[in-house]
Write a protein that binds this ligand. Sequence first.
Ligand code: GLA
Length: 750
Amino acid sequence: MERSGIAMGIVYLEKERLFKLDTPHTTYIIGIVGEEGFLGHAYYGKTIKDAQGASALMRIYENPFTPDTNARDRLSFMDCFPTEYSGHGVGDYRESSIRVTTKGGYNAVSLAYVSHEIYKGKRKLPGLPATFGSEEEVTTLAIVCEDKAIGLTAVLEYSVFETVDAIARSARILNDSKEAVVLNKVMSGCLDMDNRDFEVITLHGSWARERHMERKQLGHGKFLVSSLRGEGGHQEHQFMALLDKHATQTTGDVYGFHLVYSGNFRMLAEVNQFDSVRVMGGIEPEGFRWLLKPGESFQSPEMIYAYSSQGLGGMSRTFHDLYRNHLIRSPYKDQKRPILINNWEATYFDFDEQKLLDIAKEASKLGIEMLVMDDGWFGNRFDDNRALGDWQVNEEKLKGGLKKLVDGVNVLGMKFGIWFEPEMVSPESKLYREHPDWAIAIPGRTPGLARNQYVLDISRKEVRDYILEMMFKVLHSANISYVKWDMNRPLSDLGSACLQAENQGELYHRYVLGMYEMQERLLAEFPDLLLENCSGGGARFDPGMLYYSPQIWCSDDTDAIERLQIQEGTALIYPLSAMGAHVSVCPNHTVGRNTPFETRGYVALAGTFGYELDITKLTDEDKAMVKLQTAMYHKFNDLVREGDYYRIASYRENHLYDCFQVVSKDKKRSLVFYVQVLNEANKKSRILKLQGLEEGLTYTVKELDMNVADSEDMVKDMQKAFSGELLMNAGLHFERMWGDFRAKVIVLEA
Ligand code: GLA
């Protein structure tokens, strides 16, 4: 993103007691108010160069005034003051950011400003994934607040990025008192603004139907999305955006909020009696209870704020840039990933080494670069009723062992990847027989099964060590380049055999910390490993997991048409480079739909790209197309991975067609993906306005043609050229195609 010429970073305006936080195009203003040091929110929006007088935006000069001058109406002040971190039980009747129980059993907490520090760079959050950046890229403000009555300190951290319009927030709570307190709730961020008739967007879903965008009016009262499943889940997403009623992809104010966390979450918006809106995000307080002993601290996960004055598209591109440059750490983040073929939909559990080698042999001829062996290679895992936890190769299936198979695949010039579900145990497994207490369960209550499996208590170090040791043994035994880390059931019956009664309420969060630690150790042991996270499809597609894996399996639904909505919702916040997308067979295994092979390819090429089918059974015609698709991947993946994403039209909205664009950062190249889902009789060609191009540049229009014998002939020059001005203001023609589910990819080059 270009600089706006405004000095970026954070300043403290001493006279007005204001903090001014600037990103390239946005400003965020915090004020310290009154003798008590109420920490207030003054402004978040477009850049304001001169913040003089911004204190007035907190309305502290209006009735009921601060308690300094109007002590008799303190509660009225507390209940309308726009705060940066709301307390509990002392007069702010809106949603609290923090709630505690003291030794005496009291719950009230109220935090006031004590001191602050502004520093270059950004500290790591202990045990948690978080955005990062060098001293040149990030500036951080740490505000120390205190509740003197109970001796509790909160350090609120705000980091701004030099080239991305995002702010990262978190809270660290320290117990400075001599008595333990219980934290019942610690949210990551709280933002109070005037409600400007906002609408709200969330990402809702289910298994095989993840992250569908839902937009609606925000009304009085509280609206929240949350998870109690121990992971983000398929159902709701740790994201919320507030936007102008008339905001579009290209216009209007949009405030996006995203939590960098993979466990129980709550994202909330509350509109109160004075039509102000409070947005909040953090760990879901239900099921959370953390004992904080004297001297101990608790770190909240990080919440990202992204404001755009240029509609949803602006917000999406901010998240994409932030995550690509400041969250994903993998060495693969800026690299083309090997085109993979996964055997899950090809064979399910019914495979042996020969079947896999046959698939690899055929795949290698067509340009596929890696074979991924999915579920079913270990213990006596002949179906999904058994063997999770027994991470030893089943040599009945893989005769000659894993190394022989991997070597055989490597000889074909292909890499090899493998599936694990490390957090789980089947009741019918050696592991469970030996360590029944390692499963999460409550004494005296039979724990619920899901997919016939239990969840391991990975809050325990010995459990993590044991599982990792088994995994490392397998991974060291052969030349393995990739791991798919799966998680196929939510948590229930929360109980740890190792935690004291007073700590049992910590299990949900300790579980997530344990999982993060395991992934960290896996990557430390195998720094070149390409890790892909997965959870029953896309239940763990969240920013926390991106810190560990540069790509995440988007959904078990591989139907190209269903994927349009899933991938639109996902790309609202995530870069295309992170979206696991594969071509599978028809009729599709989830919905039974038949879609042209070409369309399936184009839809998957907008993600990480791979195949999930028995390639030995494809027709020659489809095999020829695989060759073209893999060639297309190599030609265009740099652009898909690194480019800016623009949403042109949404099948979700119009029920007829879908269109999006990626544009190179220098604006010289663009790919336009267009899917005509349903054809209509006797209609003219469609003209769609493109975005993100340079008005003054002339673009030649080329079209991908998958009906050619050689990939050299695949990009067809249409002998047409248009100015960026014309393409964006008037539009580009899309001819009607014969039939449904037809797709086209246009290449623009300046
Ligand atoms: C989950 C994943 C699938 C596959 C199966 C294996 O459902 O999402 O891709 O790995 O598990 O059991």
